[in-house]
Each structure stands twice: as structure tokens, then as C-alpha cells.
Design a protein around this ligand. Structure first.
Ligand code: PLP
Length: 377
């Protein structure tokens, strides 16, 4: 029998050595420190299987409410709770394939699409045709239409907030293409879903995110800008029939079926997401989005005033820059040695900071100080 005290002291020791978002060093990841009410709810419902609504009816009730609240931003309340952006994207393409009989086995997407789309296509034995695009620009709708005409895909994917530069593909124009060619359009808004509606409302960005008539699904991660514990995401569909296509027969379960890619689903993160969304509210997310954008612009302006960097103006709170002294991989490594954790933007050969809800101007100042230090050598 293990000694629990020993295990606890070991865990505490590891915890003390594990970076925490609020300390300010985590500046590249799209994760954030979860809202405390989410942590509380998670612990309380840790035992709940989110895929058993007969034994645990609360999961179905709260999923419905969660979808209605967040979905009011885009104009749909149909969908399901998933374990993250990757599951949402795989599931969206799976549903697209199920509903689009008679089309080729191709998916068309701009080259800025997240790697989970490559993963989904690999898993389904589908071919992903990428449209080469400038990572700093949305896909040109005319070029998108040409690819749709040439390849007759069963699905098109665009991104509302690309991973490497935060660019927002034009959902309205992509929707027109999808409608005209009768093709399933999935919008990956894993990062941008809780930013774009608010930044658009305030005139900060042109593009909006909505179920325009040609949009079939939209994914939005709650464990990113939603401040819910990992793993939490929502996949919205334009109507209820699509939801059924994301479910499978599973006769041994009381409900006789199972929705999503997982079998047993973490019910705790669903309940926690409900609690966090209730606590923050859409007005809270709006304030947070404006604050994140303001901090991103602060970082952009500071970087822009330094001669030794080339920085790209952020669309969403993702700031990307290159050093005139170091290769980007070396710069990221040197900053890592200074205790600053950034990610890379390989398509732009640049470093990337993501201004998540936990990031303050003081954290940005610490990053700038480290950057100045490595360039002063
Ligand atoms: N889609 C986009 C645009 C992303 O940026 C990411 C992750 O960064 C994902 C999907 C995958 O999300 P997850 O890591 O939650 O699976």
C-alpha cells in the first residue's frame, strides 16, 4: 500500500515546478487558467459520464443550455459538447462525409488550416487539397470557388482565427461559395469563436462569424478563450439532423447511443463549462475580448518601436514577429532560456505570442525585457 502523504508531497513538489498561466511565462499556448467556478464544478462532477444522459440527465440539460447561450452569438442552438478543437474538427468532417453522398473524397481548405484538419483527412482516408495562401491574408473567395469547381469536394473548411497568425477567413463569402456549389462548409472558430462577434460589434474587425446560409458547422473551443477547464469545446450545426449524424448506435448503454468521437465523455468539463459561461456571461466575454485585443496592440506597438524586429499587425490577439538578429527557432529557444514560453509561426518563420485572457501588460513587459536582453548581447 502506497503512503498517500508521500504521494501528496510528491504532487505538491511537481506542482510547484509546473508553470502556471497567471505567473506570466506562458505566452504562446492557446490554453489559459480556468475560471475558479469551473474548477469547483469539475471536482463536484468528476464522476459523471457525459455520454450517459439516462443515469446523468444533468449533462443533457446543461449541454442544451450551453449550446443555446453560446450559440446565440452565431444563430444556432444545435450541436454537441466535445473534448476540444481537434475532436470538433474531426467530427465536423465526419458528418460532412456522411451527409454529402456522391461527391469526391476531397476536402478543400486554405493552407492556413489547423493540423487537426490534416489529421481528420488522414483518419478518414480523404484527400486534403490545400489552397496556397499568404498566412497574413484570408483566402480569396474567387480562388476558393475555383478550387471547389475543380475538385468537387465533400467539404470546405475555413478558419475564423488561424492558429499561426489569427487571420479570419471571410465566412460570409465562403458561405456564398458553399451555397452556390452545394458543399458542406465547416468554420473552425476554435480560437476566434469568443472574440470575433465582439470585435466585429465594436468595429475592430470587418469579418463576422455567423450561420450564413451556406455554413453547415462552426466549432468554438471553450477551453481557449472561454476559460473553461480542459477539455471543452462546442461543435454547432446549422440544424438538428446533423447532430444525429454525429451519434452512433451503442446498444449496451441505457440511451442506446453515443454521440461524438469519445465513448465515455468527461461530464465534469461539460458541467464546468456551463458554470463558467454562466459566471462570465456574454457581456463578460465581450469585455475580455476587448481587453485581450488592447493588450495585443500594446505588444504590437512596443515591438514595432524596436528596430531589431519585424512585427505583423494583429487581427485577433495573436502577435507574430521576426528578429533581424536571430532565426525564429533560435529566438524562441533563447526566450525559453529566459523563462518566456512562446510558440512558433513556421509559415511566417516567426515567433508567436497569444494574448489569452490571463495575459496582462505586466506579462508583456516581462517578455519585452527578455527580448531586449537577448538582442543586447
Ligand atoms: N483549430 C484551431 C484554429 C486551433 O488553433 C487549434 C489549436 O490551437 C485547434 C483547432 C485544435 O484545438 P485542440 O488543441 O483543442 O484540439
Amino acid at each position: 500500500m502506497e503512503n498517500l502523504d508521500e504521494i501528496v508531497s510528491q504532487l505538491k513538489e511537481w506542482y510547484s515546478r509546473t508553470p502556471k498561466h497567471f505567473e506570466g511565462a506562458i505566452l504562446g499556448s492557446m490554453t489559459t487558467w480556468p475560471h475558479p467556478i469551473g474548477v469547483y464544478a469539475y471536482q463536484l462532477f468528476i464522476h459523471v459520464n457525459g455520454n450517459d444522459p439516462v443515469v446523468f440527465p444533468i449533462v443533457q440539460e446543461l449541454e442544451k443550455e450551453l449550446l443555446a447561450t453560446v450559440g446565440s452569438l452565431y444563430g444556432s442552438r444545435y450541436g454537441l459538447f466535445t473534448s476540444g478543437g481537434t475532436e470538433s474538427n474531426i467530427l465536423a468532417l465526419f458528418v460532412a462525409k456522411r451527409v454529402s453522398r456522391g461527391k469526391s473524397d476531397v476536402v478543400v481548405a486554405p493552407s492556413t488550416v489547423h493540423a487537426s484538419i490534416d489529421k481528420a483527412c488522414l483518419l478518414m482516408g480523404s484527400r486534403l487539397v490545400k489552397i496556397p495562401v499568404n498566412p497574413l491574408s484570408p483566402v480569396d473567395p474567387d480562388i476558393l470557388e475555383k478550387y471547389v469547381r475543380d475538385y468537387n469536394p465533400f467539404a470546405v473548411v475555413v478558419t475564423a482565427g488561424t492558429t499561426e497568425s489569427g487571420v479570419v477567413d471571410r465566412v460570409k463569402e465562403a458561405s456564398e461559395v458553399a451555397l452556390k456549389h452545394d458543399v458542406y462548409l465547416h468554420v473552425d472558430a476554435a480560437f476566434g469563436g469568443l472574440l470575433i462577434p465582439f470585435l466585429h460589434k465594436h468595429g475592430i474587425i470587418d469579418s463576422d462569424l455567423s450561420f450564413y446560409p451556406g455554413v453547415s458547422s462552426i466549432s468554438v473551443d471553450l477551453h481557449k478563450n472561454g476559460r473553461a477547464p480542459i477539455p471543452s469545446s462546442l461543435l454547432f450545426f446549422r440544424d438538428e439532423t446533423y447532430v444525429g449524424k454525429a451519434c452512433f448506435e451503442m446498444n449496451y448503454l441505457p440511451s442506446g447511443m453515443n454521440c461524438g468521437l469519445l465513448g465515455t465523455r468527461p461530464g465534469a468539463s461539460l458541467v464546468a463549462s456551463w458554470a463558467v459561461v454562466k459566471a462570465i456571461g456574454l457581456e463578460g466575454y465581450e469585455k475580455q475580448a476587448l481587453l485581450q485585443q488592447d493588450t495585443a496592440l500594446y505588444l504590437f506597438k512596443e515591438l514595432d518601436s524596436r528596430e531589431f524586429v519585424e512585427v505583423f499587425k494583429p487581427v485577433l490577439p495573436i502577435v507574430v514577429w521576426k528578429s533581424k538578429l536571430y532565426d525564429y527557432v533560435e529566438m524562441v529557444k533563447k526566450l525559453f532560456e529566459e523563462g518566456i514560453f512562446l510558440y512558433k509561426s513556421p509559415s511566417l518563420q516567426a515567433a508567436r505570442a497569444v494574448i489569452m485572457p490571463h495575459v496582462t501588460k505586466a506579462h508583456v513587459d516581462a517578455l519585452l525585457k527578455a527580448l531586449d536582453k537577448i538582442h543586447a548581447r
